[in-house]
Design a protein around this ligand. Structure first.
Ligand SMILES: C[S@@+](CC[C@H](N)C(=O)[O-])C[C@H]1O[C@@H](n2cnc3c(N)ncnc32)[C@H](O)[C@@H]1O
Length: 284
């Protein structure tokens, strides 16, 4: 992230979630606040997601469906955890995520953790959009690279001795490996059962041909706005890392299977190294 600036990739994913609500594509994820928090009109959203990028409309649609599917997967996991008795939700690197403002579980506390610059910007956006802050929401500003999650959450009143569900979407690729490993160990050390949902991307060497070109273009784009991808994993590698950290159950899905599962269709063939989302759990 650029010093003193909120995350620009957070705005890009918020635009994609917002356009998913109005695009007329199969709806995987419903978020009635997504367009409001995006802060631009439906026409402007359509312009950004389609007209400007006519060449890669199909790629953008696939990306949008994946972003919708990962959000759905996370919120389904939260609902499962709550049904099983968990009362603390932690959204790590929340960006413009709106779960906390739609939280359907009245006795569940939601901790939004984000870089202080992004969090300050989000609060201004919430205010501008007239979105109220529910009493169940607690903000915890933390720079993962220079501050500890433990201290940030403790200061916010988070209880380490009670189960929790952590959601960490679209973040770990922007962090250093040491920070990711520290965070995984912290989450695994939570009172059980603890669940963690996050997504990750494969190393560039796993892609080929057109997929490699698209990946390179995306990597260049995020680097050019000061948020370069720093960390990559394969499914085997992340599974080993998670087991070493103490997690004992892993449900890992690649993007085509995740999206197809929600749409009730066959997975799209041909992706060599699509992004993955997983739910890791430590049960005891
Ligand atoms: C691509 S956005 C994803 C936002 C949101 N989770 C979503 O899915 O829309 C990346 C998020 O990671 C956060 N982030 C990146 N580096 C960070 C750091 N060092 N400390 C805290 N948050 C960070 C950004 O502030 C931003 O909210």
């Amino acid at each position: 992230m650029q010093l003193g600036q909120p995350s620009r990739t957070a705005l890009a994913t918020a635009y994609a979630r917002a356009y998913h609500q109005i695009a007329g594509e199969p709806r995987i994820f419903t978020d009635p606040l997504a367009v409001r928090i995006a802060g631009i009109t439906p026409d402007q959203l359509a312009d950004l997601e389609t007209t400007k990028y006519q060449d890669d409309t199909d790629m953008r649609r696939r990306r949008r469906l994946f972003l919708a599917a990962r959000a759905r997967f996370a919120e389904d996991t939260v609902a499962d955890a709550v049904a099983a008795g968990t009362r603390q939700v932690v959204i790590l690197g929340a960006g413009l995520d709106t779960f906390a403002y739609r939280n359907p579980h009245p006795d569940v506390r939601v901790f939004e953790v984000d870089h202080p610059d992004t969090q300050e910007w989000k609060r201004q956006r919430l205010d501008a959009a007239g979105i109220e802050l529910p009493s169940s929401l607690i903000f915890a500003p933390v720079d993962f690279e220079s501050q500890t999650l433990a201290a940030g959450l403790a200061a916010a009143g988070f209880d380490r001795r009670r189960p929790a569900v952590f959601v960490w979407l679209g973040v770990i690729m922007y962090l250093t490996r040491d920070t990711i490993l520290d965070t995984l160990r912290f989450v695994a050390g939570q009172a059980t059962p603890v669940r963690l949902v996050f997504d990750y991307i494969y190393p560039a060497s796993a892609s080929k041909g057109e997929e490699m070109d698209q990946r390179t273009a995306r990597a260049d784009l995020v680097a050019s706005i000061g948020e370069p991808w720093l960390s990559f994993f394969t499914a085997d590698e992340i599974a080993n890392v998670l087991r070493e950290a103490g997690f004992d159950r892993i449900d890992d899905r690649d993007a085509p299977h995740l999206v197809a599962g929600y749409l009730g269709i066959e997975p799209r063939q041909g992706s060599i190294a699509p992004p993955h989302v997983l739910c890791a759990m430590r049960t005891g």
